[in-house]
Design a protein around this ligand. Structure first.
Ligand SMILES: C[S@@+](CC[C@H](N)C(=O)[O-])C[C@H]1O[C@@H](n2cnc3c(N)ncnc32)[C@H](O)[C@@H]1O
Length: 220
């Protein structure tokens, strides 16, 4: 799938309401492992490929500035409508910025983030984001993410691993060896937890097992 087809597919998913990845409560792993991000006393937290995640809200109750990036306008509009927040909207090419207080979503392509687009972040929460990126773009994704983080900044990363002969992503299967390849040279990576977590919606797509893993990464 090339980049533009990928964009069209995400637009279609949102417009056709094929968003089984969305959960209407804060992510349980975020709640369990938040303390690892809290330890660095972040004033800025980043959620790449944020969708309309309510994690944005949960984190914004704890951190001064929370920034998400999302490609599809419907996701961003739905987020603010569902949270009953009227955002200020500004043209900030190549993004459109939707903001309210310390909460901000950049509408546009994650890969258009340049080093200076945003002040760097002390904390990053990646849930269903790296695993939404096709394999050939994951090195670029990891490098772009590294540029958004301060030295000593921490990333909480949730990945899935499954038998790729049974299902094509997204979510793509991203194994521990790949996570190590992507991040280990930039800092310290630790596996916090792995557990079986095959949801019915993915069983219906042919999977027999799925392992969800949570990593903590600290940038050098
Ligand atoms: C699987 S969803 C996860 C959303 C969110 N992290 C959550 O936990 O609900 C991935 C999201 O990334 C968005 N997306 C895909 N490619 C993107 C890109 N290159 N830049 C920004 N957003 C992107 C999709 O529209 C989709 O909303």
């Amino acid at each position: 799938m090339d980049k533009n087809n990928d964009h069209e597919e995400w637009e279609a998913r949102w417009n056709e309401d094929r968003i089984g990845f969305h959960i209407s409560r804060p992510n349980p792993f975020l709640l369990r492992y938040w303390e690892h991000l809290e330890e660095v006393q972040p004033s800025r937290c980043f959620l790449p490929l944020c969708g309309k995640s309510v994690d944005l809200v949960w984190i914004s109750e704890r951190v001064g500035t929370v920034v998400g990036v999302e490609l599809v306008e419907k996701a961003v509009q739905d987020f603010f409508r569902e949270q009953q927040i009227v955002p200020e909207i500004r043209e900030t090419p190549p993004f459109q910025t939707f903001s309210h207080g310390g909460l901000k979503i950049l509408l546009g392509d994650f890969f258009d983030l340049a080093s200076g687009t945003e002040e760097p972040f002390q904390a990053v929460f990646d849930r269903a984001s790296l695993v939404a990126i096709p394999e050939h773009l994951r090195i670029d994704y990891a490098q772009c993410l590294m540029k958004q983080m301060v030295k000593g900044g921490r990333l909480l990363l949730i990945c899935v691993d499954y038998d790729t002969s049974k299902m094509k992503g997204p979510p793509y299967s991203v194994k521990q060896t790949e996570v190590e390849r992507l991040f280990s040279s930039s800092g310290k990576l630790e596996l916090l937890e792995s557990r079986d977590n095959l949801e019915d919606r993915l069983r219906e797509r042919g999977l027999e097992w799925l392992t969800e893993s949570v990593y903590l990464f600290e940038k050098n």
